[in-house]
Design a protein around this ligand. Structure first.
Ligand SMILES: [Cu+2]
Length: 100
């Protein structure tokens, strides 16, 4: 949620559960699902952008020993708002384990 009067942009972040923290977008075109990395996610003033598996999401690349980890911590970096920490908990999403 962007409560400010200026455009905000999620630039990326870091995680203690992976080597890389990437921002991705999932889209459907001609019945084909595509996922691509994005340089950032814009959040208009007064708007909310939800991170979810079938839209904008965080992709943890180079995962570290998740078998024993029920949760992880990430810091996200915003252009205007600086850095923000957040915890993620492991759960099942279809046939995959995801952190949300
Ligand atoms: Cu992805």
């Amino acid at each position: 949620m962007n409560n400010g009067n200026a455009f905000e942009r999620l630039l990326g972040g870091t995680s203690d559960a992976s080597n890389r923290f990437e921002l991705h977008e999932m889209s459907m075109k001609s019945s084909v699902v595509k996922m691509r990395p994005v340089a950032g996610i814009e959040i208009k003033p007064g708007h909310t952008v939800e991170l979810k598996a079938d839209g904008y999401h965080v992709m943890f690349v180079g995962l570290k020993s998740l078998r024993t980890r029920p949760a992880c911590h990430s810091d996200t970096k915003f252009r205007e708002g600086g850095q923000c920490g957040r915890g993620f908990h492991r759960r099942r999403h279809g046939r995959a384990d995801v952190f949300s």
